[in-house]
Design a protein around this ligand. Structure first.
Ligand SMILES: Cc1cc2nc3c(=O)[nH]c(=O)nc-3n(C[C@H](O)[C@H](O)[C@H](O)COP(=O)(O)O)c2cc1C
Length: 289
């Protein structure tokens, strides 16, 4: 099989996040529901960070095609985020057949999926928002915890600041467990701050939403590029996907649930639509901008 040539950065210090994931840039692209996709995930990973692909109520054929598109672009690892309440057994197997070895789960599907991921030789990433969720993830064998703080775009699953989240995870987890933390990050200095607080890598959602490769439609990208933090609303209405979590978003005039307008509190500092690889370079402390 022919892979496109990777464009790794000359990162000052490659990081082993877990078995099979060496980061040349300390960044993980957050799952973005309908806005991520094979193009974004592949380009982020190809540039030396870790890209993510949302897997939500897909049939096996669609997942197989999406993974094949990733593998045409890169042989580097990509994280599959299983965000639906339930996926058939065939979906997990299809993910592994397509080369996925790293899967993110949550409190609602982790207890069922984590043992099966491990049995297939995979590594469990677990998104956490509370102390109970951290405990459950660690007890169930998660190797990487993903912790968005309360400034995150889209689903907000904690009332804790990022610094508090990082401190809590570090207190509860063994040193061998890695931590990806973010929410509200928009600049390279933000990334450096999160690493200084104790994360192994920074989680970036809104920044990658505003990339050429994201599947957010152009009119919403244009709207987000001129948005200010003051326009963001923490929407607690019981509508749309995941009404159990408040969602941070720009509200439309009619108030319908538009996931393309989810955004984190860093939005006012993101003014450029860039290629994902450029974002990786620009957001990595210690590299040429
Ligand atoms: C457009 C968009 C869509 C999102 N969709 C989902 C989703 O479907 N499921 C989920 O668990 N989180 C979702 N999130 C949350 C992200 O995974 C992540 O926690 C968040 O983007 C981090 O904050 P930041 O956007 O400020 O970087 C979404 C975020 C955005 C911005």
């Amino acid at each position: 099989m022919h892979y496109a040539r990777p464009c790794f950065l000359n990162s000052p210090r490659p990081i082993t996040l877990c078995h099979g994931v060496t980061l040349h840039a300390p960044l993980v692209q957050a799952d973005l529901g309908p806005c991520d996709g094979p193009g974004l995930a592949a380009e982020v990973s190809r540039a030396g960070a870790l890209g993510s692909l949302t897997v939500h109520a897909l049939d096996c054929g669609t997942l197989r095609r999406r993974l094949a598109r990733i593998r045409k672009r890169t042989s580097r690892p990509v994280l599959a985020a299983f965000t639906a309440p339930y996926e058939s057994d065939g979906i997990l197997e299809t993910a592994f057949e397509g080369g996925i070895r790293h899967i993110q789960v949550f409190w609602w599907n982790g207890p069922r999926l984590a043992p099966r991921i491990e049995a297939l030789g995979g590594t469990v990433f677990w998104q956490v928002g509370t102390g109970d969720q951290i405990r459950e993830a660690l007890d169930t064998g998660a190797k990487v915890l993903v912790a968005p703080g309360r400034a995150a775009g889209g689903q907000v699953r904690t009332s804790l600041s990022l610094q508090e989240m990082i401190a809590m995870v570090r207190e509860m987890a063994e040193p061998g467990v890695s931590l990806v933390a973010g929410g509200g990050l928009a600049t390279r200095d933000d990334v450096a701050q999160v690493l200084e607080w104790g994360a192994d890598a920074a989680l970036l959602g809104t920044r990658f939403l505003l990339s050429h490769e994201s599947l957010c439609p152009a009119q919403y990208k244009a709207r987000l590029l001129r948005a200010s933090e003051r326009e963001l609303v923490l929407d607690t209405r019981v509508i749309g996907d995941w009404p159990c979590a408040p969602r941070r978003r720009i509200m439309t005039a009619s108030g319908e649930d538009v996931p393309y307008l989810y955004a984190g509190r860093g939005i006012g500092k993101i003014r450029t639509l860039r290629a994902a690889a450029e974002i990786v370079r620009a957001m990595t402390p210690g590299t040429r901008r």
